[in-house]
Ligand binder design. Structure first.
Ligand SMILES: Cc1cc2nc3c(=O)[nH]c(=O)nc-3n(C[C@H](O)[C@H](O)[C@H](O)COP(=O)(O)OP(=O)(O)OC[C@H]3O[C@@H](n4cnc5c(N)ncnc54)[C@H](O)[C@@H]3O)c2cc1C
Length: 436
Protein backbone atom coordinates (compact mmCIF):
# COMPACT_ATOMS: atom_id res chain seq x y z
CA UNK A 1 0.00 0.00 0.00
CA UNK A 2 1.95 3.01 -1.26
CA UNK A 3 -0.86 5.47 -1.14
CA UNK A 4 -1.15 8.29 1.40
CA UNK A 5 -3.16 7.41 4.50
CA UNK A 6 -5.44 10.24 5.63
CA UNK A 7 -6.32 10.63 9.28
CA UNK A 8 -9.95 10.84 8.31
CA UNK A 9 -12.28 11.12 5.34
CA UNK A 10 -15.57 13.01 5.50
CA UNK A 11 -18.48 11.65 3.49
CA UNK A 12 -20.85 14.44 2.45
CA UNK A 13 -20.24 18.19 2.55
CA UNK A 14 -23.25 19.83 4.13
CA UNK A 15 -22.98 22.25 7.05
CA UNK A 16 -21.88 19.45 9.42
CA UNK A 17 -18.81 18.24 7.57
CA UNK A 18 -18.05 21.68 6.15
CA UNK A 19 -17.76 22.83 9.77
CA UNK A 20 -15.48 19.89 10.52
CA UNK A 21 -13.30 20.88 7.57
CA UNK A 22 -13.15 24.48 8.80
CA UNK A 23 -12.18 23.44 12.32
CA UNK A 24 -9.53 20.91 11.24
CA UNK A 25 -7.87 23.01 8.55
CA UNK A 26 -5.31 24.34 10.99
CA UNK A 27 -4.96 21.30 13.25
CA UNK A 28 -1.54 20.11 12.14
CA UNK A 29 -1.85 16.50 13.31
CA UNK A 30 -5.04 16.01 11.32
CA UNK A 31 -5.00 15.45 7.62
CA UNK A 32 -8.51 14.96 6.27
CA UNK A 33 -10.35 15.20 2.96
CA UNK A 34 -14.06 15.42 2.17
CA UNK A 35 -16.24 14.26 -0.73
CA UNK A 36 -19.69 15.30 -1.89
CA UNK A 37 -21.65 13.92 -4.80
CA UNK A 38 -23.11 17.29 -5.85
CA UNK A 39 -21.15 19.59 -8.19
CA UNK A 40 -20.90 22.43 -5.65
CA UNK A 41 -21.82 23.45 -2.14
CA UNK A 42 -25.57 23.93 -2.00
CA UNK A 43 -27.76 23.85 1.08
CA UNK A 44 -31.30 22.60 0.38
CA UNK A 45 -31.43 24.59 -2.89
CA UNK A 46 -35.02 23.59 -3.68
CA UNK A 47 -36.18 25.30 -0.48
CA UNK A 48 -34.29 28.58 -0.80
CA UNK A 49 -37.55 30.51 -0.88
CA UNK A 50 -37.14 34.27 -1.06
CA UNK A 51 -37.90 35.85 2.32
CA UNK A 52 -37.30 32.74 4.46
CA UNK A 53 -34.86 32.78 7.37
CA UNK A 54 -32.61 30.29 9.05
CA UNK A 55 -34.41 29.03 12.15
CA UNK A 56 -31.44 29.39 14.44
CA UNK A 57 -29.40 32.51 15.25
CA UNK A 58 -26.45 33.27 12.96
CA UNK A 59 -24.04 32.15 15.70
CA UNK A 60 -24.82 28.60 14.60
CA UNK A 61 -22.35 29.13 11.77
CA UNK A 62 -19.52 26.72 10.97
CA UNK A 63 -17.11 27.73 13.70
CA UNK A 64 -18.23 30.33 16.26
CA UNK A 65 -19.10 28.00 19.14
CA UNK A 66 -15.60 26.54 18.89
CA UNK A 67 -13.67 29.66 18.08
CA UNK A 68 -15.30 33.02 17.35
CA UNK A 69 -11.99 34.28 15.93
CA UNK A 70 -11.90 31.60 13.22
CA UNK A 71 -11.76 33.19 9.76
CA UNK A 72 -14.76 31.13 8.60
CA UNK A 73 -17.16 32.84 10.99
CA UNK A 74 -20.34 34.38 9.66
CA UNK A 75 -19.23 37.81 10.82
CA UNK A 76 -16.04 37.47 8.80
CA UNK A 77 -18.11 36.46 5.78
CA UNK A 78 -20.12 39.66 6.26
CA UNK A 79 -16.93 41.70 6.56
CA UNK A 80 -15.55 40.08 3.42
CA UNK A 81 -18.73 41.05 1.57
CA UNK A 82 -18.87 44.57 3.07
CA UNK A 83 -22.19 43.86 4.76
CA UNK A 84 -21.28 44.40 8.41
CA UNK A 85 -23.03 47.76 8.69
CA UNK A 86 -26.12 46.54 6.89
CA UNK A 87 -26.26 43.59 9.26
CA UNK A 88 -25.71 45.88 12.24
CA UNK A 89 -28.71 48.00 11.26
CA UNK A 90 -30.72 44.92 10.27
CA UNK A 91 -30.68 43.97 13.98
CA UNK A 92 -31.82 40.39 13.58
CA UNK A 93 -30.24 37.16 14.77
CA UNK A 94 -32.00 35.06 12.14
CA UNK A 95 -30.37 35.49 8.76
CA UNK A 96 -31.88 34.92 5.31
CA UNK A 97 -31.66 31.31 4.28
CA UNK A 98 -30.35 32.49 0.91
CA UNK A 99 -27.50 34.29 2.63
CA UNK A 100 -26.67 31.29 4.84
CA UNK A 101 -26.27 29.25 1.65
CA UNK A 102 -24.07 31.96 0.14
CA UNK A 103 -21.99 31.98 3.32
CA UNK A 104 -21.49 28.19 3.07
CA UNK A 105 -20.45 28.59 -0.57
CA UNK A 106 -17.97 31.30 0.36
CA UNK A 107 -16.49 29.06 3.06
CA UNK A 108 -16.33 26.06 0.74
CA UNK A 109 -14.46 28.16 -1.86
CA UNK A 110 -11.72 28.80 0.70
CA UNK A 111 -11.45 25.64 2.83
CA UNK A 112 -8.90 23.12 1.62
CA UNK A 113 -9.48 19.41 1.05
CA UNK A 114 -13.07 19.56 -0.27
CA UNK A 115 -13.90 17.56 -3.40
CA UNK A 116 -17.28 18.04 -5.08
CA UNK A 117 -18.81 15.91 -7.84
CA UNK A 118 -17.46 12.81 -6.05
CA UNK A 119 -19.78 10.20 -4.63
CA UNK A 120 -18.58 7.73 -2.02
CA UNK A 121 -19.81 4.42 -3.38
CA UNK A 122 -18.18 2.05 -0.91
CA UNK A 123 -16.24 1.93 2.35
CA UNK A 124 -14.40 -1.26 3.30
CA UNK A 125 -12.33 -2.46 6.20
CA UNK A 126 -8.69 -2.73 5.15
CA UNK A 127 -5.43 -3.06 7.02
CA UNK A 128 -1.72 -2.80 6.41
CA UNK A 129 0.96 -4.30 8.66
CA UNK A 130 0.72 -1.48 11.19
CA UNK A 131 -2.93 -0.59 11.56
CA UNK A 132 -6.57 -1.07 10.62
CA UNK A 133 -7.87 1.34 8.04
CA UNK A 134 -10.84 2.14 5.84
CA UNK A 135 -10.69 2.04 2.07
CA UNK A 136 -13.05 4.67 0.68
CA UNK A 137 -14.15 4.19 -2.94
CA UNK A 138 -15.12 7.39 -4.73
CA UNK A 139 -16.89 7.76 -8.06
CA UNK A 140 -16.45 10.84 -10.22
CA UNK A 141 -20.00 11.92 -11.10
CA UNK A 142 -18.98 13.25 -14.52
CA UNK A 143 -16.65 10.57 -15.83
CA UNK A 144 -17.90 7.61 -13.80
CA UNK A 145 -14.27 6.80 -12.95
CA UNK A 146 -13.66 5.20 -9.54
CA UNK A 147 -10.66 5.89 -7.32
CA UNK A 148 -9.94 4.92 -3.74
CA UNK A 149 -8.37 6.46 -0.69
CA UNK A 150 -7.20 5.10 2.67
CA UNK A 151 -7.94 6.63 6.02
CA UNK A 152 -7.89 5.83 9.73
CA UNK A 153 -11.31 7.22 10.52
CA UNK A 154 -14.48 8.04 8.61
CA UNK A 155 -17.00 10.79 9.40
CA UNK A 156 -20.32 10.12 7.68
CA UNK A 157 -22.49 13.26 7.36
CA UNK A 158 -24.82 12.32 4.54
CA UNK A 159 -27.80 14.33 5.79
CA UNK A 160 -31.40 13.51 5.05
CA UNK A 161 -33.38 12.54 1.96
CA UNK A 162 -36.98 13.37 1.00
CA UNK A 163 -39.61 10.99 2.31
CA UNK A 164 -42.33 10.12 -0.21
CA UNK A 165 -44.88 7.37 0.40
CA UNK A 166 -45.01 4.63 -2.24
CA UNK A 167 -48.67 5.43 -2.86
CA UNK A 168 -47.70 8.96 -3.94
CA UNK A 169 -44.49 8.19 -5.82
CA UNK A 170 -43.73 7.75 -9.50
CA UNK A 171 -45.54 10.76 -10.99
CA UNK A 172 -43.80 13.43 -13.11
CA UNK A 173 -41.87 15.70 -10.75
CA UNK A 174 -43.35 18.82 -12.27
CA UNK A 175 -46.84 17.66 -11.19
CA UNK A 176 -46.39 15.78 -7.90
CA UNK A 177 -43.28 16.93 -6.14
CA UNK A 178 -41.60 16.91 -2.76
CA UNK A 179 -41.00 20.32 -1.16
CA UNK A 180 -37.26 19.75 -1.68
CA UNK A 181 -37.88 20.57 -5.38
CA UNK A 182 -40.22 23.48 -4.84
CA UNK A 183 -38.03 26.34 -6.09
CA UNK A 184 -37.14 24.43 -9.26
CA UNK A 185 -40.79 23.76 -10.10
CA UNK A 186 -42.37 26.99 -8.89
CA UNK A 187 -42.68 28.70 -12.27
CA UNK A 188 -44.36 25.65 -13.74
CA UNK A 189 -46.64 25.26 -10.69
CA UNK A 190 -47.92 28.79 -11.12
CA UNK A 191 -49.28 27.92 -14.57
CA UNK A 192 -51.86 25.58 -13.06
CA UNK A 193 -55.29 26.43 -11.68
CA UNK A 194 -55.25 24.32 -8.50
CA UNK A 195 -52.32 23.44 -6.22
CA UNK A 196 -52.58 21.26 -3.10
CA UNK A 197 -50.00 21.13 -0.33
CA UNK A 198 -49.90 17.98 1.85
CA UNK A 199 -48.28 18.09 5.32
CA UNK A 200 -47.95 20.61 8.12
CA UNK A 201 -44.33 21.12 9.06
CA UNK A 202 -42.28 24.25 8.49
CA UNK A 203 -41.66 23.35 4.82
CA UNK A 204 -45.39 22.96 4.15
CA UNK A 205 -46.12 26.32 5.73
CA UNK A 206 -43.32 28.10 3.86
CA UNK A 207 -44.49 26.72 0.52
CA UNK A 208 -48.14 27.54 1.29
CA UNK A 209 -47.16 31.07 2.36
CA UNK A 210 -45.08 31.61 -0.77
CA UNK A 211 -47.92 30.44 -3.02
CA UNK A 212 -50.35 32.57 -1.08
CA UNK A 213 -48.19 35.62 -1.77
CA UNK A 214 -48.23 34.76 -5.48
CA UNK A 215 -52.02 34.85 -5.37
CA UNK A 216 -51.80 38.63 -5.35
CA UNK A 217 -50.88 38.54 -9.03
CA UNK A 218 -52.46 35.33 -10.20
CA UNK A 219 -55.73 33.47 -9.65
CA UNK A 220 -55.46 29.82 -8.68
CA UNK A 221 -57.08 27.64 -6.08
CA UNK A 222 -54.90 26.68 -3.15
CA UNK A 223 -55.55 23.75 -0.79
CA UNK A 224 -53.70 22.63 2.33
CA UNK A 225 -54.34 19.19 3.84
CA UNK A 226 -52.58 17.77 6.84
CA UNK A 227 -52.97 14.60 8.85
CA UNK A 228 -52.10 16.52 12.03
CA UNK A 229 -54.80 17.58 14.41
CA UNK A 230 -54.06 21.18 13.64
CA UNK A 231 -51.63 23.62 12.11
CA UNK A 232 -49.67 24.51 15.19
CA UNK A 233 -46.78 26.68 16.24
CA UNK A 234 -43.33 25.34 17.12
CA UNK A 235 -42.58 25.72 20.84
CA UNK A 236 -40.08 28.54 20.89
CA UNK A 237 -39.90 29.89 24.45
CA UNK A 238 -36.31 30.52 25.47
CA UNK A 239 -36.09 28.09 28.36
CA UNK A 240 -37.34 25.27 26.12
CA UNK A 241 -34.58 26.02 23.63
CA UNK A 242 -32.07 24.84 26.24
CA UNK A 243 -33.02 21.30 25.21
CA UNK A 244 -30.98 22.00 22.08
CA UNK A 245 -27.81 22.51 24.10
CA UNK A 246 -24.99 20.07 24.86
CA UNK A 247 -26.07 19.55 28.49
CA UNK A 248 -29.29 17.93 27.38
CA UNK A 249 -27.39 15.78 24.86
CA UNK A 250 -25.26 14.47 27.76
CA UNK A 251 -28.33 13.69 29.82
CA UNK A 252 -30.31 12.18 26.94
CA UNK A 253 -27.50 9.95 25.75
CA UNK A 254 -27.27 8.41 29.22
CA UNK A 255 -30.90 7.23 29.20
CA UNK A 256 -31.86 3.76 28.07
CA UNK A 257 -33.36 3.35 24.58
CA UNK A 258 -37.02 3.14 25.68
CA UNK A 259 -36.70 6.24 27.85
CA UNK A 260 -35.04 8.10 24.99
CA UNK A 261 -37.90 7.23 22.64
CA UNK A 262 -40.42 8.43 25.23
CA UNK A 263 -38.48 11.65 25.72
CA UNK A 264 -38.49 12.35 21.97
CA UNK A 265 -42.28 11.98 21.94
CA UNK A 266 -42.65 14.29 24.91
CA UNK A 267 -40.43 16.89 23.24
CA UNK A 268 -42.47 16.78 20.03
CA UNK A 269 -43.68 20.43 20.36
CA UNK A 270 -40.03 21.57 20.33
CA UNK A 271 -39.21 19.51 17.29
CA UNK A 272 -42.23 19.77 15.01
CA UNK A 273 -44.38 22.76 14.33
CA UNK A 274 -44.33 26.01 12.45
CA UNK A 275 -42.47 29.19 13.18
CA UNK A 276 -44.70 31.93 14.64
CA UNK A 277 -43.82 34.51 11.98
CA UNK A 278 -44.71 32.13 9.13
CA UNK A 279 -48.08 31.27 10.68
CA UNK A 280 -48.78 34.89 11.45
CA UNK A 281 -47.88 35.95 7.91
CA UNK A 282 -50.23 33.35 6.45
CA UNK A 283 -53.12 34.43 8.64
CA UNK A 284 -52.64 38.11 7.86
CA UNK A 285 -52.64 37.45 4.12
CA UNK A 286 -55.76 35.29 4.42
CA UNK A 287 -57.47 38.11 6.26
CA UNK A 288 -56.51 40.65 3.59
CA UNK A 289 -57.56 38.40 0.71
CA UNK A 290 -60.96 37.77 2.28
CA UNK A 291 -61.74 41.41 3.01
CA UNK A 292 -64.50 43.27 1.16
CA UNK A 293 -66.55 40.09 0.78
CA UNK A 294 -63.97 38.52 -1.55
CA UNK A 295 -63.64 34.75 -1.68
CA UNK A 296 -59.97 33.83 -1.33
CA UNK A 297 -60.60 30.43 -2.97
CA UNK A 298 -58.57 28.62 -0.37
CA UNK A 299 -59.17 25.36 1.51
CA UNK A 300 -57.26 24.53 4.70
CA UNK A 301 -58.19 21.26 6.39
CA UNK A 302 -56.26 19.50 9.15
CA UNK A 303 -57.25 16.00 10.47
CA UNK A 304 -57.03 14.77 6.89
CA UNK A 305 -54.79 12.00 5.73
CA UNK A 306 -53.98 11.67 2.04
CA UNK A 307 -53.64 7.93 1.54
CA UNK A 308 -52.99 7.70 -2.17
CA UNK A 309 -52.70 9.75 -5.33
CA UNK A 310 -53.96 8.53 -8.72
CA UNK A 311 -54.01 10.23 -12.09
CA UNK A 312 -56.75 10.53 -14.68
CA UNK A 313 -56.77 12.52 -17.91
CA UNK A 314 -57.50 15.92 -16.49
CA UNK A 315 -56.02 15.96 -13.00
CA UNK A 316 -54.68 14.08 -10.01
CA UNK A 317 -57.06 12.54 -7.49
CA UNK A 318 -56.11 12.58 -3.82
CA UNK A 319 -57.73 9.75 -1.89
CA UNK A 320 -58.26 11.28 1.51
CA UNK A 321 -59.76 10.52 4.88
CA UNK A 322 -60.84 12.91 7.59
CA UNK A 323 -59.63 10.39 10.13
CA UNK A 324 -61.37 11.76 13.19
CA UNK A 325 -64.78 11.35 11.54
CA UNK A 326 -63.67 8.34 9.47
CA UNK A 327 -64.95 10.18 6.43
CA UNK A 328 -63.31 9.11 3.14
CA UNK A 329 -63.41 11.42 0.13
CA UNK A 330 -61.71 12.08 -3.21
CA UNK A 331 -60.26 15.45 -4.12
CA UNK A 332 -58.99 16.72 -7.50
CA UNK A 333 -55.94 18.91 -7.95
CA UNK A 334 -53.69 19.84 -10.92
CA UNK A 335 -50.50 19.84 -8.88
CA UNK A 336 -49.59 18.32 -5.54
CA UNK A 337 -46.73 19.38 -3.28
CA UNK A 338 -45.71 16.75 -0.75
CA UNK A 339 -44.39 18.27 2.46
CA UNK A 340 -44.01 14.78 3.85
CA UNK A 341 -40.67 15.30 5.53
CA UNK A 342 -37.22 13.75 5.38
CA UNK A 343 -35.53 10.60 6.58
CA UNK A 344 -31.86 9.89 7.39
CA UNK A 345 -29.84 9.37 4.24
CA UNK A 346 -27.84 6.20 4.80
CA UNK A 347 -25.80 5.24 1.71
CA UNK A 348 -26.65 1.91 0.00
CA UNK A 349 -23.29 0.34 0.80
CA UNK A 350 -23.54 0.99 4.52
CA UNK A 351 -25.71 -1.95 5.55
CA UNK A 352 -23.99 -4.39 3.24
CA UNK A 353 -20.56 -3.53 4.65
CA UNK A 354 -21.26 -2.79 8.29
CA UNK A 355 -24.71 -3.95 9.46
CA UNK A 356 -23.38 -7.26 10.77
CA UNK A 357 -20.34 -5.67 12.39
CA UNK A 358 -22.03 -3.10 14.60
CA UNK A 359 -24.52 -3.06 17.47
CA UNK A 360 -28.05 -1.85 16.79
CA UNK A 361 -30.72 -0.46 19.13
CA UNK A 362 -33.48 -1.68 16.78
CA UNK A 363 -33.65 -2.62 13.12
CA UNK A 364 -33.07 0.95 11.84
CA UNK A 365 -31.14 2.67 14.61
CA UNK A 366 -27.52 1.90 15.22
CA UNK A 367 -25.79 2.28 18.58
CA UNK A 368 -23.71 5.44 18.70
CA UNK A 369 -21.32 6.45 21.48
CA UNK A 370 -21.50 9.87 23.12
CA UNK A 371 -18.60 10.89 20.86
CA UNK A 372 -20.46 9.82 17.72
CA UNK A 373 -18.59 6.57 17.09
CA UNK A 374 -20.50 3.59 15.74
CA UNK A 375 -20.35 0.78 18.25
CA UNK A 376 -18.48 -2.09 16.53
CA UNK A 377 -18.53 -5.63 17.88
CA UNK A 378 -14.75 -5.70 17.67
CA UNK A 379 -12.56 -3.36 19.73
CA UNK A 380 -11.24 -1.26 16.90
CA UNK A 381 -8.92 1.73 17.09
CA UNK A 382 -10.07 3.15 13.77
CA UNK A 383 -13.45 4.77 14.22
CA UNK A 384 -16.49 5.31 12.07
CA UNK A 385 -18.20 8.52 13.20
CA UNK A 386 -21.78 9.29 12.18
CA UNK A 387 -23.66 12.57 12.43
CA UNK A 388 -26.75 11.47 10.55
CA UNK A 389 -29.53 9.30 12.04
CA UNK A 390 -28.75 10.45 15.58
CA UNK A 391 -32.10 11.49 17.00
CA UNK A 392 -32.50 8.27 18.96
CA UNK A 393 -29.03 8.51 20.48
CA UNK A 394 -28.38 12.24 20.89
CA UNK A 395 -31.88 13.64 21.07
CA UNK A 396 -33.87 16.45 19.73
CA UNK A 397 -30.89 18.57 18.65
CA UNK A 398 -29.56 15.89 16.29
CA UNK A 399 -30.56 17.79 13.16
CA UNK A 400 -30.18 21.25 14.64
CA UNK A 401 -27.46 23.48 13.23
CA UNK A 402 -26.94 25.02 16.67
CA UNK A 403 -25.13 21.91 17.91
CA UNK A 404 -23.15 21.09 14.77
CA UNK A 405 -20.01 22.83 15.98
CA UNK A 406 -20.14 21.14 19.38
CA UNK A 407 -20.41 17.75 17.68
CA UNK A 408 -17.45 18.54 15.47
CA UNK A 409 -15.34 19.66 18.43
CA UNK A 410 -16.13 16.41 20.22
CA UNK A 411 -15.21 14.35 17.16
CA UNK A 412 -11.96 16.24 16.65
CA UNK A 413 -10.98 15.79 20.31
CA UNK A 414 -11.88 12.11 20.11
CA UNK A 415 -9.77 11.51 17.01
CA UNK A 416 -6.82 13.40 18.49
CA UNK A 417 -7.13 11.87 21.95
CA UNK A 418 -6.61 15.32 23.42
CA UNK A 419 -8.65 18.47 23.88
CA UNK A 420 -7.95 20.62 20.84
CA UNK A 421 -11.22 22.46 21.49
CA UNK A 422 -12.71 23.17 24.88
CA UNK A 423 -16.11 21.48 25.07
CA UNK A 424 -16.91 22.34 28.68
CA UNK A 425 -20.63 22.58 29.22
CA UNK A 426 -22.97 23.72 32.02
CA UNK A 427 -23.74 26.76 29.98
CA UNK A 428 -27.50 26.85 30.55
CA UNK A 429 -29.84 27.71 33.42
CA UNK A 430 -31.62 24.41 33.95
CA UNK A 431 -30.31 20.98 34.88
CA UNK A 432 -31.86 17.64 34.08
CA UNK A 433 -30.80 15.69 37.17
CA UNK A 434 -29.18 16.35 40.56
CA UNK A 435 -25.40 16.27 40.59
CA UNK A 436 -24.29 13.18 42.43
C1 LIG B 1 -35.41 22.66 4.06
C2 LIG B 1 -34.64 22.48 5.34
C3 LIG B 1 -34.40 23.60 6.14
C4 LIG B 1 -33.70 23.45 7.34
N1 LIG B 1 -33.51 24.55 8.10
C5 LIG B 1 -32.87 24.43 9.27
C6 LIG B 1 -32.70 25.58 10.11
O1 LIG B 1 -33.14 26.68 9.78
N2 LIG B 1 -32.04 25.41 11.30
C7 LIG B 1 -31.58 24.18 11.68
O2 LIG B 1 -31.00 24.08 12.77
N3 LIG B 1 -31.72 23.09 10.91
C8 LIG B 1 -32.36 23.17 9.72
N4 LIG B 1 -32.53 22.06 8.95
C9 LIG B 1 -32.00 20.76 9.44
C10 LIG B 1 -30.46 20.53 9.26
O3 LIG B 1 -29.75 21.43 9.95
C11 LIG B 1 -30.03 20.58 7.86
O4 LIG B 1 -30.67 19.56 7.21
C12 LIG B 1 -28.50 20.43 7.60
O5 LIG B 1 -28.31 20.64 6.23
C13 LIG B 1 -27.87 19.12 8.01
O6 LIG B 1 -26.51 19.14 7.59
P1 LIG B 1 -25.74 17.88 7.05
O7 LIG B 1 -24.38 18.33 6.74
O8 LIG B 1 -25.91 16.77 8.00
O9 LIG B 1 -26.55 17.38 5.79
P2 LIG B 1 -26.84 17.97 4.36
O10 LIG B 1 -26.85 19.43 4.36
O11 LIG B 1 -28.05 17.26 3.87
O12 LIG B 1 -25.60 17.48 3.50
C14 LIG B 1 -25.32 16.14 3.26
C15 LIG B 1 -24.49 16.05 2.02
O13 LIG B 1 -24.05 14.70 1.86
C16 LIG B 1 -23.96 14.44 0.48
N5 LIG B 1 -23.94 13.00 0.29
C17 LIG B 1 -24.88 12.09 0.66
N6 LIG B 1 -24.47 10.84 0.35
C18 LIG B 1 -23.24 10.95 -0.21
C19 LIG B 1 -22.29 10.03 -0.73
N7 LIG B 1 -22.52 8.71 -0.72
N8 LIG B 1 -21.14 10.50 -1.22
C20 LIG B 1 -20.89 11.83 -1.24
N9 LIG B 1 -21.74 12.75 -0.77
C21 LIG B 1 -22.90 12.33 -0.25
C22 LIG B 1 -25.17 15.15 -0.09
O14 LIG B 1 -24.97 15.44 -1.47
C23 LIG B 1 -25.23 16.42 0.75
O15 LIG B 1 -24.59 17.50 0.13
C24 LIG B 1 -33.22 22.17 7.75
C25 LIG B 1 -33.49 21.06 6.96
C26 LIG B 1 -34.20 21.22 5.77
C27 LIG B 1 -34.46 19.99 4.94
Amino acid sequence: MNQEIYDFIGIGIGPYNLGLAALTENVEELDGIFFDQTPRMEWHPGMLIEGTDLQVPFMADLVTFADPTNKYSYLNYLRDHKRLYKFFFYQKLEIPRYEYNHYLQWASDHIKGLYFGKKVVDVRNESNQQESLYKVVVKDMETGEETFYYCRHVVMATGAKPMILDSMAGFPENDVLHTSRYVYEKENLLKSSHITVVGSGQSAAEVFYDLLEERENKEFKLTWFTRSEGIFQLEAAKIGQEFFGPDYVNYFHGLDFEKRKEALDTLEPLRNGIDYSTLNGIYELLYHYSSGERNPNITIQPLTEVNEITKDDSAYTLHCEQWQKEDKFEYKSDKVILATGYQPNIPEWFNERFAEEIHWEDDKRFEVSRNYRLHFKDQRENHFYVVTNLEHSHGTAATNLGLAVQRNMEIINDILGREAYNTTQKGIFQQFEMDS
